[in-house]
Design a protein. Structure first.
Lengths: 205, 249
């Protein structure tokens, strides 16, 4: 790919466009537009972005306890005295943690698995941080594990697997809960799919 | 332009790009068929494109040998209500993964389509474990690896069939099996003449039996071996038995 078909050499502009195009949500056309935008605003946009990228690469690390991304290890959530250490919310990725944090409704701690079990993608239990979770539960004073995994076959299969592992690891008294499945807030029954309605009926309160 | 419309059971979903996926369906007329689908994260499709759900699919492609694209509409949601039950969900994933891994693409298997649909419908019933074993036997027979439970391999009494030969896949009566008991695979009670017990212990016996033939016959030439969800299903049944006693259903 080149910004100019007649230009054969792979210069810094080509490299920038290629790097931008490899990002999620961006294609070659968007990458070219962003590259031109950045170059036309060197001081306000390009240098600022460059500094932010360098800072992120240098400072941001995964938390050794929960797997969250932060500038400190343990992360600020794991260090916070306002966060209850007795509750651990298990999520698949950092974006799920951010989604729960946006609600402001949870004041416990997290554990990030790093994905979901998937035979198709070759993701096995060893590829996820399930062992670390079991160790955390055994070492700490955890009373409840909240499975905040997606309501998909892979998500629920992973949740069931973790539940089995926790129960067989000598923690039979620990409470294991999961997020409710069913009708979303503001959802109209007429517009919902059969599976959602059937699940909502089955797990009705 | 090639196109067709058919019912299909979703076997697998592999995300492709940001909003698309390549899905595999087991269709009635066109067998296991792959295709690209757009907008899998949309509210319309989110709960539909899950392994085990029955959908109505339109496939189109410029040429017949290309991957092509699906347009999907929901027909029956089977997976959602089973998600809360670890064993039934594991059975569903196992059945779908077996079809996905073993069936050749675009080879018509209408019997298997109806068989899988019947199994999925049975999964929320009481006898789901026995139904799963019987489905696996039918699945192997459809692929050319049928087990013979009609008569004794050693010419013994048909009414006392209790074992199966791991080499020939033929049943063996109690008396004929006596000298070779350790080498034979026991039949689950519900497959013995007059047997009716379908508890989880018998289901595990059945899973070990069919698991042997899946490994040594169906997936013998596969570099990946028996699919991981099938192995995990058997391990989960075994763990459930250990945790809750041998006669729990």
């Amino acid at each position: 790919m080149s910004y100019n078909r007649s230009t054969r050499d792979d210069g810094p502009l080509d490299q920038l466009i290629r790097a931008l195009a490899s990002l999620p949500g961006l294609g070659p056309r968007s990458a070219r537009r962003i590259a031109l935008h950045l170059l036309s605003r060197r001081d306000t946009a390009l240098n600022q972005l460059s500094d932010s990228l360098r800072l992120a690469a240098e400072k941001i690390r995964p938390c050794s306890e929960c797997g969250n991304l932060d500038m400190t290890d343990p992360c600020r959530i794991c260090q916070s005295p306002e966060r209850s250490p007795s509750q651990i919310c298990v999520v698949a990725g950092v974006s799920d943690l951010w989604a729960i944090e946006r609600t402001g409704a949870y004041r416990g701690r997290y554990h990030i698995l790093g994905g979901l079990l998937s035979a198709l993608d070759g993701i096995r239990p060893d590829n996820l941080s399930i062992g670390t979770l079991v160790n955390r539960v055994q070492d700490g004073n955890t009373t409840e594990i909240i499975m905040a995994l997606s309501a998909t076959v892979d998500g629920q299969a992973t949740a069931h697997y973790i539940t089995d592992r926790l129960k067989s690891s000598g923690q039979p008294d620990i409470k294991i809960s999961r997020l409710a499945h069913g009708i979303p807030v503001g959802g109209d029954l007429d517009y919902l799919d059969d599976g959602t309605i059937a699940t909502a009926l089955k797990s009705r309160a | 332009m090639e196109n067709w419309r058919d019912h299909g059971i979703v076997l697998s979903v592999r995300p492709h790009g940001e909003s698309g996926a390549v899905i595999a369906l087991l269709t009635e007329e066109y067998g296991r068929h792959n295709g690209y689908i757009r907008g899998v994260n949309s509210s319309k499709l989110r709960g539909v494109i899950e392994p085990g759900n029955l959908v109505s699919a339109s496939w189109s492609s410029r040429m017949s040998d290309q991957l092509g694209a699906f347009v999907i509409e929901p027909e029956r949601a089977i997976t959602g209500p089973l998600m809360g039950d670890p064993l039934r969900l594991a059975a569903l994933i196992s059945a779908c993964s077996l079809c996905d891994a073993a069936l050749p693409e675009r080879e018509k298997h209408p019997g298997l389509f109806h068989g899988l649909l019947a199994l999925l419908d049975t999964l929320d019933g009481e006898a789901w474990g026995a139904a799963y074993i019987i489905w696996e036997m039918a699945f192997m027979r459809e692929l050319g690896f049928g087990l013979d439970l009609q008569k004794c391999a050693g010419g013994g009494d048909v009414s006392t069939l209790a074992y199966i030969s791991p080499k020939s896949g033929r049943a063996v009566s109690l008396a004929q099996a006596e000298p070779y008991k350790d080498k034979l695979l026991p039949l689950p009670d519900f497959l013995k003449p007059g047997g009716s017990s379908m508890d989880m212990g018998e289901v595990l016996t059945g899973l070990k039996m069919t698991g042997h033939f899946l490994e040594h016959w169906v997936f013998a030439q596969s570099t990946h071996g028996t699919p991981e969800p099938r192995l995990r299903f058997q391990a989960r049944v075994e763990a459930a038995l250990i945790n809750s006693g041998p006669n729990s259903a």
